[in-house]
Design a protein around this ligand. Structure first.
Ligand SMILES: Nc1ncnc2c1ncn2[C@@H]1O[C@H](COP(=O)(O)OP(=O)(O)O)[C@@H](O)[C@H]1O
Ligand SMILES: [Mg+2]
Length: 233
């Protein structure tokens, strides 16, 4: 059996004296798309910070492909194939599309190849290659963020609130791209507050409340639960 791409086992983590995650168990199988849903402040971004090595858990274990990587720094995990697209997308607004693609630190393909692949996947980026990233639409910025992430040829993609501030049709289109990436074998953990579109591409969905995973299962079952949760049930 192939071990999970990512596994959090009884993870407790927080900031300073404040505990945010109170024993999180979560696994992403190879090529699987897992959606982590929950209200603002639930601890979703903190979970991604632990998974990407930005925060060291107070206790518990983080494993990647069966290896204990608890406490491994973010740069080392990035080299090992972990890529985080943060909330707000992490692009450089004052650089052009092309410059953003060339700024990626990677050891694989040449920048020409990176650009070529980005424009093949997202022709709109090619048309706007000399435009400042800060002047792109929100959807185009997310395409750029995804292209930068893919340039590093990651094994595990962590996506924080892909849909934030975007129109539903654009979100749906981006999620189709996410589904394609998973079909190519990428393992993906996506955080959203609540986005119907993510349930269409996720293999499993988890609901996080107050630093704990309350439910995990097939997306359609979770959708019903979420409705109840958001109504205060
Ligand atoms: N850098 C930080 N320092 C202190 N507290 C933080 C920090 N980041 C997040 N928190 C707190 O941790 C809790 C969970 O935040 P977060 O993981 O960002 O939730 P979510 O992404 O689900 O909205 C919140 O109460 C938030 O205020
Ligand atoms: Mg968040």
């Amino acid at each position: 059996m192939i071990p999970p791409a990512l596994e959090l086992d009884a993870v407790h983590a927080g900031y300073g004296d404040i505990d945010v995650l109170h024993g999180v168990d979560l696994a992403v199988a190879p090529g699987e798309v897992v959606a982590l849903l929950g209200p603002n402040g639930a601890g979703k971004t903190t979970t991604l910070a632990v998974a990407s090595g930005q925060i060291r858990p107070r206790s518990g274990v983080v494993r990647m492909v069966g290896h204990d990587v608890t406490g491994t720094p973010a740069d080392a995990l990035a080299r090992a194939g972990v890529c985080l697209i943060p909330e707000g997308r992490g692009i450089f607004p004052n650089l052009t599309v092309r410059e953003n693609l060339r700024m990626v630190t990677y050891s694989g393909p040449s920048w020409a190849e990176v650009e070529e692949r980005a424009y093949a996947r997202f022709p709109r980026l090619g048309e706007r290659r000399n435009q400042l990233a800060g002047t792109l639409s929100g959807g185009e910025q997310q395409m750029l963020a995804m292209s930068r992430a893919l340039a590093t040829e990651p094994a595990l993609l962590l996506l924080d609130e892909l849909s934030m501030g975007l129109a539903p049709l654009i979100v749906e289109d981006l999620y189709q791209r996410v589904a394609e990436l998973a079909a190519e074998g990428l393992s993906i953990l996506i955080v959203e507050q609540f986005a119907q579109a993510v349930l269409g591409v996720a293999d499993r969905a988890a609901v996080m409340l107050q630093g704990r995973i309350r439910r995990i299962g097939p997306p359609d079952e979770i959708a019903d639960q979420l409705a109840a949760t958001y109504l205060g049930g």
